[in-house]
Design a protein around this ligand. Structure first.
Ligand code: WTA
Length: 646
């Protein structure tokens, strides 16, 4: 652990929105008088009907209910588009940088309004109404933002499925929320390679019949199958409609989107976010966490398929009238200096990425960074997983030339926006620490029984009260929402993360304490990978755990027991990896598979994951008590044949 402290650079302090004294005062007000604080903050949006109530929330497990601004009305698309199109039509809303460095374009707020209205009219023509669910399965092209904002304009609820997910994963998500419309592209383009999006949709729809329209954006112009009466090219449809479409006033608590995310058990859950509270929170955090000043070029490298893309490529920045850069490609194409080339090309001021990208670029060497200028950069950000101090220091010293604060932002799909983070002008940084809570956020550290621990301590991270961006429910399953987040520790929201708090009150997130693993910043439920593996005809049983991986943060380690008579061969190992890729998607590919004649189980048949984790970490010297195992002998075989030998 590094106890280096990096003070706020003077150049940043000179123009920062908030210094430390102001942070402390605003924070105190926000937790003492949440209604007053958020009631004022919500004025950053235009309300069609002003709210009279601010906060109405309960974490009581018998009655979990979260409402913010509940009698107000607004439209999210109006707030992200129309009001800026009216006041500054020529300001750039989105800079799009294609996979090929020769492809880029700028979309002004005026143009964005036309595009969004047109898209909304196409959706209307295909029967989409307020409250309907629309699945979006698109690459990182401006149409992804148009489609999101078009849904919001009509009051339809979007569900984005990351383009790297398989047809099966897509089908499950389309079916769960009963979408009748899917928006996709012919093919995606990443690192010069084509992603067969439309073909994946066709494969998904072979299993699920409830979809009436598939809108296909032409991205590569590739030849794809089009089913008459169901599949339509978006540009053909857009040519038939006008560029005027009124924005539907929505209740603040009306849903804005569903985003499926992995948990420790079962299928991914549909995290549901609201319109009013979500947008207030996304916009407020975007401005303060990145110290966003009007005119600045802001770039978040996430994909819109993840929550980071929702809140910090589209909704937060556009609500603030910012210029948001959207990147179609990958960090290493055409070379590992692509990020820094793009920073120079578009004079990016604020850059927000994931530790996994930093670690992989670190491996490519300093030279690729140093040959670029990066003089425009002012603020750097990190999200998705703990950032190790070595990567932090490289990001700070090499990428930022020691000038730019790094905001290490901790949050979750469920939280809608950033909860624990430095503010550039207020917070002295410690490499690896997400530092302090954002306004209105009340973290606490608890022990296994839920006792709140004071001072410098370590335990599980909970939140004691609601903030406007909090998810409202699991789509279609409120009981699961209550069970997952509010039943472990009564009266508290349990994050699933472990953390340490130091003597300065800084938080250090130590990673998930449940059966969720974080692979290259992507959340993965071990149960999902296990159920994909056991669906293979040769697999009898599987157990999946995470293990430390130099680039990915965590890798996927699978223990597999074969059906009797099946041979554990290299070919089968490859087949199982390919199988999981097909079942879930490439992000779920097991890194290591160990064939095991048996798994360590208690006498009641429960798999002892603690032991499997230790062996996967190559830490089998400290297995702890194995005397309760039904057959302690299996452990010797597991150790002997372990796949991760450091
Ligand atoms: C982890 C991504 C440490 C954490 C926005 C959390 C982090 C999970 C950080 C949520 C960070 C996210 N430091 N860990 N700065 N940011 N995490 O839902 O384990 O994809 O619970 O949301 O990522 O992942 P999700």
């Amino acid at each position: 652990m590094s106890e280096n402290v990096f003070p706020v650079p003077t150049t940043v302090a000179e123009t920062a929105l908030v210094d430390n004294a102001k942070y402390l005062a605003m924070y105190e007000r926000s937790v003492k008088d949440p209604a007053g604080f958020w009631g004022e903050a919500a004025k950053r949006l235009d309300w069609a009907k002003p709210f009279t109530k601010v906060k109405n929330t309960s974490y009581d497990p018998h009655n979990v209910s979260i409402k913010w601004f509940e009698d107000g009305e607004l439209n999210v698309s109006y707030n992200c588009v129309d009001r800026h199109a009216a006041s500054k039509p020529d300001a750039v809303a989105i800079i799009w940088e294609g996979d090929d460095p020769k492809d880029s374009k700028a979309i002004t707020y005026g143009a964005l309004k036309d595009e969004v209205c047109r898209f909304a009219n196409v959706l209307k023509a295909h029967g989409v109404k307020k409250g309907d669910r629309v699945t979006i399965y698109l690459p990182m092209i401006p149409e992804a933002a148009y489609a999101m904002l078009a849904c919001a304009r009509l009051g339809a609820v979007h569900s984005i499925v990351f383009g790297g997910f398989s047809p099966d994963s897509l089908a499950g998500r389309v079916e769960d929320c009963a979408s009748s419309v899917i928006i996709t592209a012919d093919e995606g383009l990443r690192g010069g390679r084509k992603v067969p999006l439309k073909a994946n949709v066709d494969a998904a729809l072979a299993k699920f019949a409830g979809v009436s329209s598939v809108l296909v954006v032409r991205r590569t112009g590739g030849d794809v199958a089009m089913q008459a009466g169901r599949d339509f090219y978006y540009d053909d449809e857009a040519a038939k409609v006008s560029a005027d479409c009124p924005a539907e006033p929505m209740n603040a608590e009306d849903p804005l989107f569903i985003l499926y995310t992995s948990g420790s058990t079962g299928k991914p859950k549909g995290v549901l976010h609201s319109s009013g509270g979500y947008l207030v929170y996304a916009s407020m955090t975007h401005e303060y966490v990145f110290d966003y000043h009007p005119g600045e070029i802001y770039w978040c490298t996430a994909d819109v398929g993840w929550v980071t893309g929702h809140s910090y490529i589209v909704y937060g920045p556009l609500a603030n009238g910012a210029t948001s850069l959207m990147f179609e490609g990958i960090p290493t194409y055409p070379s590992a200096s692509r990020f820094w080339d793009v920073v120079d090309k578009h004079k990016v001021n604020i850059f927000y990425t994931a530790p996994t990208a930093i670690r992989s670029l670190m491996g490519a060497g300093e030279e690729l960074v140093k040959k670029t200028s990066r003089a425009s950069l002012r603020i750097l950000g990190s999200v998705g997983e703990p950032i190790n101090p070595e990567a932090w220091l490289w990001y700070y010293n090499v990428v930022g030339d020691g000038r730019c604060p790094i905001v290490d932002t901790w949050w979750q799909t469920e939280t809608g926006g950033i909860l624990i983070t430095p503010l550039p002008g207020a917070t002295a940084l410690k490499p690896g620490s997400a530092t302090r809570p954002f306004f209105g956020v009340q973290p606490a550290v608890v022990d296994a029984e839920g006792n709140i621990l004071e001072g410098a301590t370590e335990g599980n991270l909970v939140l004691l009260d609601s903030w406007p961006g909090q998810m409202r429910t699991v789509y279609g399953d409120h009981e699961r929402f209550v069970q997952t987040y509010f039943s472990t520790y009564k009266g508290m929201y349990f994050t699933g993360d472990g953390c340490r708090r130091d003597a300065d009150g800084y938080y250090w997130i130590t990673g998930r304490v449940d059966d969720v693993i974080n692979v290259s910043g992507h959340r993965m439920g071990t149960a999902e990978v296990e159920s994909a593996l056991v669906a293979h005809p040769k697999v009898a049983e599987a157990a999946v755990v995470g293990y430390p991986h130099d680039l990915k943060g965590q890798g996927i380690y699978a223990y597999v027991t074969l059906m009797s008579g099946e041979e554990p061969t290299e070919a089968l190992r490859k087949e199982l990896v390919a199988w999981v890729r097909k079942e879930i998607g490439p992000i779920a590919s097991p890194d290591l598979i160990q064939f095991a004649p048996g798994l360590p189980k208690t006498r009641s048949g429960k798999i002892m994951r603690r032991i499997l984790r230790k062996i996967a970490e190559d830490e089998f010297g400290s297995l702890g008590d194995t005397s309760t195992l039904a057959d302690p002998g299996v452990v010797d075989d597991l150790i002997e044949n372990r796949q991760n030998r450091r």
